[in-house]
Design a protein around this ligand. Sequence first.
Ligand code: 1CP
Length: 343
Amino acid sequence: MKEQNHLFLDVLNGKKVDRPPVWMMRQAGRYLPEYMELRRKYDFFTRVETPELAAEITIQPIDIIKPDAAILFSDILVIPKAMGMDVQLVDKVGPFFPKTIENKQDVDNLNTDEAPERLQHVYDAIKITQEKLDGRVPLIGFAGAPWTVFCYMIEGKGSKNFAKAKTFCYQHPELAESVLDKVTDVTISYLKNKVAAGAQAIQIFDSWASLLNQKDYAKYSQKYIDRITEAISPLAPVIIYLRGNPFAYANYKDSSCSAIGVDWGISPTIAKQLVGDKKVIQGNFDPIKLLMPIDELKKETISMLDEFGTQKYVANLGHGILPNIPVDHAKAFVDTVKSYSYK
Ligand code: 1CP
């Protein structure tokens, strides 16, 4: 494979670079007219489970927006689906599980042995994507943090506070840990297979880290992320994205992860203090600021880059891009980072 742009991997591997690399969380998706065309033709899990379609959607932002890394189009909920749960994507509602985990029988029914091989479509999508990318940019693979995946498995759908999922932890802690253990085991095999298929970095999305206090975060989330990171970081650099939980950045100082993804709520200066100087920081432009007039969003982007400073930094949004972002605004963000120089 001819490697043309390895800026993103260079930063994760601690090399010195002339400018920060840039990509956008959720860059493969709903703000692109080319995606919406496929969305009209095929339902969500058909798009995810057909390797050629997943590869095509992954490449769309690379052709249109030209960031420095691709992220494979898939979803964090492929894991509970492969473990035997029925997962649907309902229009205007989001993910929906007709039957959630409620008792020991449900936990025992979760399949761990065959789940990783049921995700062969993901590994195939990675292979096709790599052929199509032909070294243009590196490819990121991802999984949800077990805690974040657990939230959906118990709650059955998106929620503001996931009270049902938290109640399950506090009323049935052993069962909760058993679910988290199973999700962790499957996630580790899944990510190993993803790297073997050609994913060159792995991001773990802990989008619901915000729901737990410091002690519970260690017990219900970090413990499992640490297990995944230890297993995967010898194979590929690992980025841990946490949303709404900045106190936890410092907990990863001795982790073997390469980078911490920070959300938009924290200033770059404070994020740097909390993450420390051993890890790369990724983030954290407020995705809603992409709706600013282009001149303003360019100024805001440069101000963020100046504040993060040089090296050990990957420019990104602080959460996923939203469906109502105009394509030229997304492109203006990426182009502004690409024309920035550390010199
Ligand atoms: O076309 C559509 O409307 C489907 C919307 C959609 C898309 C484009 C869903 C359903 N998933 C995805 C793709 C997806 N999901 C990617 C693709 C790669 C990329 O471009 O980044 C990724 C990384 C995810 C990860 C994901 N799924 C997360 C973690 C990241 C985050 O945004 O916090 C979460 C929480 C999910 C669950 C999920 N799947 C889909 C939706 C709408 C949601 C969120 C539901 C909620 O709000 O609770």
